[in-house]
Design a protein around this ligand. Sequence first.
Ligand code: CMC
Length: 428
Amino acid sequence: MSDKATLEINGEKYEFPLIKGTENEVAMDIKSLRGATGGVITVDPGYKNTGSCESAITFLDGEKGILRYRGYSIEELADKADFLEVAYLLIFGELPTNEQLEQFHDDIKSHSVVDDDVKKIIDAFPKSAHPMGVLSSLTSALTAFNPSSVDVNSEEQMYNAIVRILGKFPVLVSWAMRKKQGLPLEYGDDSLGYVENVLKMMFKSPNKEYEQNEILVNALDKLLILHADHEQNCSTSTVRITGSSHAGLFASLSAGISALWGPLHGGANQAVLEMLEAIKEDGGDTKKYMAKAKDKEDPFRLMGFGHRVYKNFDPRARIIKKAADEVLGDLGVEDPILDIAKGLEQEALEDPYFVDRKLYPNVDFYSGIIYRAMGIPVEMFTVMFALGRLPGWIAQWREMRLRKEPIGRPRQLYVGETYRPFKEIQNR
Ligand code: CMC
């Protein structure tokens, strides 16, 4: 294969280098396009064909249904690693040794207290506030209580910012939930593992000891691993582009949380459960909802189905579907919406509309069913996604800064009015 691509514009030929990734993916390097052609740009709404960066963190092959973090398959990581090991792997590039993992966890724990004044901010939110809005605001507010900028040339400052947010974020997650439930805002317990600590902070009742449940710990650990990174998705691209202006880590993360919130992205897990509930309330007629999803006049979409990149089964959905069966079985929970979900999946897999468009269940289709069985309220589902995605966002932000990427600033094709003289108000 040639290492150059040729483009002809108005009879003039331009050559652009073809570059290859380690998995043999090919990209046309068009950095010189505008300069060489005297102003021609590319237009690609939704960036369906545009690579925004080179990255060594996550590989995904949407045709084959492959997902790997730093070369390790998601199946093996979900089976053999814990969330903190995966966080270390994503951020620093290698699986940690025992000592490195212990040090990492100790450093996170030493930063797991949030300034008590942050409680005053949370107090000002109405109980009806969505926890994603609260989480995004509090993450941004942390900049006011911590060094707001990081000297990225200092390994130490970068490391400190990373362990600080990994320590404080679960506290904010638990506060976002407890505020809604009118429960006192707790701090964590240093004697516990990262995920155990999250669960205790979320669920500890003020008048009872909290008892850990291994089933919940393992289920949450797996869910967080499966959500930990997914290369240049909407929220991650938001984190990278926000950070590309040299905005600090916490500010960039806050922007990413807002991007994750939408129902086409992380907000889909809440939307899936609400959809399954609505179908149940409506008598469980899955065929009716399949017809709605296919009707182009109807804005309804089958939430939890389809993916920009996967044109095959989302490998995370396979693992989560199996986990949903196991967790509900282990907890002795019978949830009729699991049957509705399986029914919808079966129908979609046999329906030409979904088959032709390669629409398969994605990560969000079954995750909410597990969260619900764990006792997590539906409005917290996307917050749990954010907790899982945190190491991925950090890793991508760090990579972007270390690679000294330029500020993200796309071009546009202007299609508005051409010059017109100002019209005085009395003449309009
Ligand atoms: N239900 C019905 N039709 C769909 C669906 C769906 N869930 N998803 C895509 N389509 C159709 C769409 O109408 C279009 O049909 P046509 O070619 O006839 O116009 C075709 O499939 C291609 O869809 P698209 O919207 O152009 O694809 P996209 O790559 O821009 O969007 C998506 C990907 C995930 C936004 C979309 O599939 C969707 O809205 N899914 C439902 C929301 C969801 O589950 N989101 C979670 C994504 S995974 C986790 C995450 O990223 O956070």
